[in-house]
Ligand binder design. Structure first.
Ligand SMILES: Cc1cc2nc3c(=O)[nH]c(=O)nc-3n(C[C@H](O)[C@H](O)[C@H](O)COP(=O)(O)O)c2cc1C
Length: 352
């Protein structure tokens, strides 16, 4: 069992590195968000302070590396690079699903490497809804959280991915009840995320009522798990699953809409993700109501070296800071009052 999971994680890394796995016929919708330019910002670019607080951790700007990997030799290297750059650049990070470590303690070091590399940054551990649904050992989970000195647990909801995956586990009964249970029994923040299909206002409201501390929308428009699993299914000779993935490759809530739906309906912080590809996407997401942003695919692709990933972060920062300057914002708290309008494509989608 654990060998199969490890092999799948390696396949995911290699497919996401080498193939075109992003949405093709649908976008985040952020290109239809028009920010009202401020020609008289009355500040210097240097007056802009991009820093932000994330569950007690100071971020140089509101960006996190999202859950990517764990459980293999390859993932150990990726997690080390991510932690090194997160430390150097004042960011936080989430580890990939902890499932391999729950099944095989020999994979621990592919996760703990992050904390060993960066003792003081925010690090979140990740687990999937199907593992919660089918029952889990709370003490094991607590001890993993403890060993990894995790600052939060993020839970991924991925019903489409599980439906298309060859060995998928589309088990989602009682997940909300398990989330409530974890909120009561763990003394760290619980963050719930999708993996590329977005969170609706109905789901956001249930999660807030369950006591979740933040929602990561992981909307449609970026990495597409129907496409990833379809590619993998075809590689493994399962054409039926592959076609299912193709049919559902535009399924989900575009990131911009998911942010608006969640931010307008719940008070807990919203993390924008799913196709955030530059600092302007970050800025627009935050003007729509998100408090933080996270990215996965661009981080994985830049993780070949510390230098490459550092350059990517610098690029996001200067883009984000420039947008703040052009809107006259001195601090990230001011983003929520920046005026914007929505193009007809987005307005149309939002009327239903
Ligand atoms: C190679 C890879 C592995 C991933 N593994 C996980 C995972 O273990 N758990 C999880 O919650 N999300 C996982 N994700 C999803 C991301 O955290 C994120 O939600 C999604 O990719 C959308 O962001 P993006 O468009 O910036 O990639 C993974 C993403 C990638 C690219």
């Amino acid at each position: 069992m654990s060998d199969q999971i490890r092999k799948r994680k390696v396949d995911h890394l290699s497919i996401c590195l080498k193939k075109d796995v992003e949405c093709k016929n649908i976008t985040t919708g952020l290109e239809y968000v028009y920010i009202v330019h401020n020609a008289l910002p009355e500040i210097d670019l240097d007056d802009v302070n991009t820093s932000s607080d994330f569950f007690g951790f100071k971020l140089s700007f509101p960006l996190l590396f999202d859950s990517i990997t764990g459980g293999s030799k390859e993932s150990k290297q990726v997690n080390q690079t991510l932690a090194e750059v997160a430390k150097e650049k004042g960011l936080g990070m989430f580890l990939g699903s902890v499932r391999p470590a729950l099944e095989d303690p020999n994979t621990f070091d592919s996760y703990t490497i992050a904390r060993d590399t960066a003792p003081d940054i925010f690090i979140g551990l990740n687990i999937g809804a199907p593992q919660l649904s089918r029952g889990f050992d709370l003490d094991r989970l607590k001890s993993l959280l403890n060993d990894m000195k995790a600052n939060a647990l993020s839970i991924h909801l991925n019903p489409l991915q599980e439906s298309v995956q060859v060995e998928g586990e589309p088990f989602f009964r009682s997940v909300l009840e398990k989330i409530r249970f974890l909120v009561k029994n763990l003394n760290i923040p619980i963050i719930v995320k999708e993996v590329g299909c977005g969170i609706s206002r109905e789901v956001a409201t249930k999660l807030e009522l369950a006591g979740v501390s933040a929602i990561n929308v992981a909307g449609l428009g970026g990495t597409n798990w129907a496409i990833v699993e379809s590619i993998r299914s075809r590689m493994l000779g399962d054409n039926q699953k592959a076609e299912l993935g193709d049919i559902f490759s535009s399924w989900g809530i575009p990131t911009s809409i998911s942010i608006i739906e969640c931010a307008q309906n719940v008070k807990i912080p919203i993390i924008a993700s799913g196709g955030i590809r530059n600092g302007l996407d970050m800025f627009k997401s935050m003007v729509l109501g998100a408090k933080y942003c996270s990215i996965a695919l661009p981080v994985l692709r830049a993780s070949k070296s510390i230098q490459e990933l550092s350059l990517l972060v610098d690029k996001f920062l200067i883009e984000f800071k420039t947008a703040m300057f052009l809107s006259g914002c001195k601090s990230v708290n001011e983003l929520k009052s920046v005026r914007y309008y929505l193009g007809p494509q987005l307005k149309g989608l939002l009327t239903r």
